[in-house]
Design a protein around this ligand. Structure first.
Ligand code: C2E
Ligand code: CA
Ligand code: CA
Ligand code: CA
Length: 276
């Protein structure tokens, strides 16, 4: 649009209007969803590559637009963060995960941990750790039944007080994972000081590892570093049997991806467990 000179202003203005409209639409949908049970969690198993049992599952946010079409959390979450709704949505996710863990008690899924995604914004709440631990105890759950995932960049931008929230959680027994690992800028020294239990290698490395030597080298390096720091290494986005073979041969501990299961409603998890 730049070469169009004077007209370009119109392009930019309508573009801004569109984006504002989009932002307002999504905010309104999220606001309504919070008020009217319109938010859901889907669950995706994380498979132990040694014995293929389901160690944990990741909780992923789901919400529909006014026509019943699914809205991607990649769209929802950034808008929730900008509008400030993320704190209320985050609270809902914590509670919904605990509720689900309670529902699984006494079933074959009772030993499966649920890992929720935390937004960096939630970490700025100085009561977050207390709130999560309170929720677990209110529902009569063990702290080891819950895990939290934070991306590398969300943790890097954090100050002492925010890292302290993670320390409180980890000391209490909540599992902490660094998500999308390898895409951010954390140094190894920094990583070794963080209260962390697992690294999740970003899907993008696996996608290219087969053809691209440097992506393969990065994957190997992450696994080596993770293990030498005593962390378990999870690989996400396993879609093919070739990738499954590769991640096993590289020594990854856990894997998640469409090859094993897509994210699914809680009710389908039992069926999945008994059919595998
Ligand atoms: P993420 O945390 O990296 O989650 C993994 C994403 O990869 C999920 O997308 C999942 O459905 C998808 N995925 C899993 N296996 C495969 C595979 O084999 N192939 C491919 N191509 N994709 C796979 P989803 O559910 O659309 O979520 C996207 C992102 O939105 C998440 O990325 C996370 O950053 C964010 N998100 C989702 N739920 C929540 C939530 O409850 N809270 C927060 N703060 N963020 C969330
Ligand atoms: Ca995640
Ligand atoms: Ca991820
Ligand atoms: Ca991601």
């Amino acid at each position: 649009a730049k070469e169009k000179g004077k007209n370009s202003l119109c392009f930019y203005t309508s573009d801004i209007n569109d984006r504002l409209q989009h932002y307002q639409n999504i905010s309104a949908i999220l606001y309504d969803a919070l008020a009217a049970d319109g938010l859901f969690l889907h669950f995706q198993p994380q498979i132990d590559l040694q014995d293929h049992h389901i160690l944990s599952c990741e909780a992923l946010l789901r919400c529909q637009d006014r026509n019943g079409e699914p809205l991607s959390p990649d769209v929802l979450i950034p808008i929730a963060e900008k509008s400030g709704l993320i704190n209320r949505i985050g609270d809902w996710i914590i509670e919904a995960a605990c509720q689900q863990l309670v529902n699984w008690q006494g079933t074959a899924l009772e030993k499966v941990r649920i890992d929720i995604n935390l937004s960096g914004k939630q970490l700025t709440n100085p009561n977050l750790a207390k709130q999560i631990l309170n929720c677990l105890s209110t529902y009569g759950l063990k702290t080891s039944q819950l895990g939290v995932e934070l991306t590398e960049n969300e943790v890097i931008g954090s100050d002492e007080l925010q890292i302290d929230q993670l320390k409180q959680l980890k000391n209490a027994g909540v599992h902490i994972s660094i998500d999308d690992f390898g895409t951010g800028y954390s140094s190894l020294v920094y990583l070794s000081k963080l209260p962390v239990c697992s690294l999740k290698i970003d899907r993008s490395f696996l996608v290219h590892a087969m053809e691209n030597e440097s992506d393969m080298a990065i994957m190997k390096a992450i696994i080596t570093v993770g293990h030498s720091l005593g962390l378990s290494v999870v690989v996400e986005g396993v879609e093919t049997t070739e990738q499954d073979r590769l991640v096993k041969s590289l020594g990854c501990d856990l894997a998640q991806g469409y090859l094993y299961a897509r994210p699914m409603p809680a009710g389908d998890m039992l069926k999945y467990l008994t059919s595998n």
